[in-house]
Design a protein around this ligand. Sequence first.
Ligand code: GLP
Length: 242
Amino acid sequence: MQIIVCENYEEMSQKGAEIITAEVKSNSKAILGLATGNTPIGIYRYLVEAYHKGGLDFSEVQTYNLDEYLPIDPADENSYAAFMHDHLWDKVNLKPEHCNIPAGNVGMEGAAAECAAYDQRIQAAGGIDLQLLGIGRNGHIGFNEPGDALHTGTHAVKLTDSTIAANGPLFANPDDMPRHALTMGMGAIFAAKKVLLVANGKNKHEAVKGLLGDAITTACPASLLKLHQNLILLCDKEAYHG
Ligand code: GLP
């Protein structure tokens, strides 16, 4: 594991954007796995800036997002699809047909088919070259929540109280937050050639400790990542030192 500890959020975001930029410059057809949440917003801002300055071309790049609420309309302002449109997809020259995210409007009954189709699309694209990951306070990655077992493929998941408490306030009415989500499983994340996990702030310290400690446990899904051959932990001082 490569560990990069930055002074603050801006430095972390800049560095994260540099790593993704280098990936896209070395492979114009890169398959990027992308994440939502507050953490990667700065990275997306710097990527958009690099695109506008010229020299960063997303025209052949494909993106696959980790997760989406269930049920949610992609047009809903709280959907992760809307988040991606706002922060990246609509701000660079990514082709709309190259931007992928599980559909949150399939309902519980359509979830299994949507998940299987999503995994097939990722596989058909050749797998993910670089997976950007945030981390939940409880160590979740994507929406792979702590539990007795983790899942390999994209699947529907019931969100934990910790995640509902963390994400609920982002909704105008926290009670409107969907209690389920679709998430890429550990399989596609582990199959990524490179994983870039970003974390900032004191409230991520426990989760980062779970990643850095010796134990590998489904109680902290991120802890499994230390087995990945090409993992970069990019964090700020607070997340690293607590
Ligand atoms: C959400 C997302 C994760 C994300 C996590 C942390 O639950 N499903 O992919 O990593 O929250 O979010 P934040 O970066 O806002 O702390």
